[in-house]
Design a protein around this ligand. Structure first.
Ligand SMILES: [Zn+2]
Length: 56
């Protein structure tokens, strides 16, 4: 299985949610692709303070 770091927690990567009666519908959080937006992860990478290390 391919490793995915941004699996949608609402549908656990399935892209589909189901209610108590068994009806299935597209996940509104990830819009059916089963993945979260990677914007948060990218922002975290940008915060790495490489400047201090370059001066070392
Ligand atoms: Zn989802």
């Amino acid at each position: 299985m391919p490793k995915r770091d941004n699996i949608c927690r609402a549908c656990e990567g399935a892209g589909i949610l189901s209610d108590d009666e068994g009806w299935q519908y597209q996940c509104s959080v990830c819009h059916g692709d089963g993945l979260h937006s990677s914007k948060e992860t990218e922002a975290r990478v940008m915060n790495v303070d490489e400047n201090n290390r370059l001066l070392d």
